[in-house]
Design a protein around this ligand. Structure first.
Ligand code: SF4
Length: 270
């Protein structure tokens, strides 16, 4: 019997015994479940600025956690080794033990990051529920392509977000194999909900033109976004043959887009 997953915009209808697009969700006896709940593919302590979040608990460390899986298939993915890994190869860590690790290491927040936490959101939600009861903050670094109902479920559990706005509609089709619309919808909803949100665009020299970036800025202004990170591309995955974006290109974008709408535009990866 087929069943549908409602975690992200794809709403995969999955045959029994098969996996969804993300490789992380499966149909087990007619029920959609995580393929490998709690199997962690990466865990580390990072400065919160590395997420990047520059305006949320600055100067603090965060416990970063990831399971494998992603709902996009970006040609330039900077983390594809873990995002596209087999989720079953991770090491099981219970939500309680993740929170204990944060407390032991005195990190005041836990971040769901590195891969796409939307596709392992039930594990993230279980950790976040315990973390909040212990007085810790929660952070989600995401592609933003939630389903509407999944975002509503997560909103009360997450204090701060960094959401990627990767390019314009044609960029999402050609290089991401995704859709810009659910991303814009999520950015606007998180902003109107009142959670802390910063947005990141990794700019690829020769692809992200001044015109495209100006269009993205207009979208972010419409969504009420105050903080935008423009970061440099490094050659990865199917775009390993391209040159990295130069510091001069990133700074020029920042300077030309500053003022009139977004209060903070930060550069990164340069
Ligand atoms: S999380 Fe998204 S990609 Fe994965 S199975 Fe669910 S709807 Fe499909």
């Amino acid at each position: 019997m087929r069943a549908s997953c409602d975690f992200c915009f794809r709403r995969c209808s999955i045959e029994e015994g098969y996996y969804g697009y993300c490789n992380a969700r499966t149909n087990m006896n007619g029920m959609i479940r995580d393929r490998a709940y709690g199997k962690v593919s990466a865990i580390a302590i990072d400065p919160v600025e590395k997420k990047p979040l520059y305006h949320f608990m600055p100067g603090t460390k965060t416990l970063s956690v990831a399971m494998a899986g992603c709902s996009f298939n970006c040609a330039f993915c900077q983390n594809h080794q873990i995002a596209k890994d087999n989720p079953e190869t991770g090491r099981f860590i219970s939500p309680e033990d993740i929170v204990k690790t944060a407390i032991k290491n005195q990190t005041p927040s836990i971040s769901f990051t590195y891969t796409e936490p939307i596709v392992w959101q039930d594990y993230a939600a279980d950790i976040a529920t315990i973390a909040k009861a212990e007085g810790l903050k929660t952070i989600m670094v995401s592609n933003g392509a939630f389903s509407e109902e999944a975002l509503e479920r997560m909103l009360p559990l997450i204090d701060a977000y960094n959401i990627d706005l990767k390019g314009d509609a044609s960029f999402y089709k050609e290089y991401v194999h995704g859709d810009i619309q659910p991303v814009l919808r999520s950015i606007a909803r998180i902003s109107s909900y009142g959670a802390h949100i910063e947005v990141t665009t990794m700019a690829i020299e020769g692809i992200h033109t001044q015109e495209m970036m100006a269009e993205l800025k207009d979208m972010l202004v419409d969504a009420g976004i105050d903080i935008w990170h423009i970061t440099a591309f490094y050659p990865r995955r199917f775009m390993s043959d391209r040159s990295p974006s130069s510091a001069a290109y990133i700074r020029k974008l920042r300077d030309s887009l500053s003022g009139n709408g977004i209060r903070y535009i930060h550069t990164g990866n340069i």
